[in-house]
Design a protein around this ligand. Structure first.
Ligand SMILES: NC(=O)c1ccc[n+]([C@@H]2O[C@H](COP(=O)([O-])OP(=O)(O)OC[C@H]3O[C@@H](n4cnc5c(N)ncnc54)[C@H](O)[C@@H]3O)[C@@H](O)[C@H]2O)c1
Length: 274
């Protein structure tokens, strides 16, 4: 039997260890690069792990928030804007502000997903049209739209990232309609990579192992998923938002300029084990 995980306790430890919002890193590998990060809800958000890593490597950030201004000051971002991707015009307004203030963009991190409770927690066979369309709109179409809006700003090339999950490839209990949306998202990554590659724009999906975030709290029996991930992954370890952040930041570096169209697993190797 895998050891029982105490989620509350592991979250507490993570928070206790957090002394500085942006950890100091000597190698400013992304100095001079500017990018947009969408999806910071709180300190447990994958987008926050990305914000910390990109800042630590010297990049300049624009960040958005859905309801409450998230950790804005701590992210040291000069551009902080509200964004509900379902509100007409808000996504355009974010990119217009970036065009006005910066004139160019080097990376975008799309780290959002949403499915109404009855759609997410029911069988795929039973999903309503509305539930399906909302899931696909927020979790997949918005990435395609962000790529469209970023393209003219990525004059010197750039990198677009989105977050996906293994439930796109395999039937993971309780992942349901979100698995369908993530499969579409990963396919969109490949088509966008092919279309934008000639302009030096690279496109990736990052596929983290399970993390106890707010979005994950909508998935029933999520602690079972965490236990299984820890027991089965070759690394015998759960991933943190910091692990996901530094991997994403690495792929934005020019050293990764010939890597594109990937779905890159940050899961301790879980996906290679039967
Ligand atoms: N937590 C996991 O186990 C896990 C694993 C793999 C992939 N992911 C993916 O990572 C991404 C980030 O999720 P997270 O786990 O960090 O959870 P999170 O709850 O911290 O982040 C989800 C974000 O989506 C945003 N969002 C939802 N609807 C929105 C809307 N209409 N407009 C703007 N923003 C909206 C929320 O505000 C929030 O910031 C998601 O795509 C998720 O599917 C999560």
């Amino acid at each position: 039997m895998p050891p029982k995980l105490d989620l509350n306790n592991s979250l507490k430890i993570e928070n206790k260890e957090k002394t500085l919002a942006i950890p100091p890193v000597k190698a400013k590998l992304l100095e001079g690069k500017r990018g947009l990060i969408v999806g910071i809800a709180n300190e447990n958000s994958i987008a926050w792990g990305c914000a910390k890593a990109f800042r630590a490597f010297g990049a300049e950030l624009a960040v958005t928030y859905l309801n409450v201004e998230p950790l804005a000051r701590e992210s040291e971002a000069p551009i902080v804007m509200p964004l509900d991707v379902r509100t007409a015009g808000q996504m355009e307004a974010v990119f217009e502000r970036i065009a006005h203030d910066w004139g160019n963009l080097d990376f975008v991190v799309h780290s959002i997903a949403f499915s109404p409770k009855d759609a997410l927690q029911g069988r795929v066979a039973d999903v309503s049209r509305d539930g399906f369309l909302t899931t696909m709109e927020v979790s997949c179409w918005t990435f395609i739209r962000m790529a469209h809006l970023a393209e003219p700003l990525m004059r010197d090339g750039g990198t677009l990232f989105t977050m996906t999950y293994y439930g796109s490839q395999m039937v993971v209990k309780n992942y349901n309609i979100m698995g369908v949306a993530k499969a579409a998202l990963e396919s969109a990554v490949r088509y966008l990579a092919a279309e934008l590659g000639p302009k030096g724009i690279r496109v990736h999906a990052i596929s983290p192992g399970p993390l106890a975030t707010r979005a994950a709290s909508g998935i029933p029996e999520f602690d079972t998923l965490l236990e299984k991930a820890k027991a089965k992954a070759p690394a015998r370890s759960l991933v943190s938002v910091d692990d996901v952040g530094v991997t994403t930041a690495f792929l934005a570096h020019d050293a990764a300029r010939l890597i594109t169209g990937e779905t890159l697993y940050v899961d301790g190797g879980y996906h290679i084990i039967d």
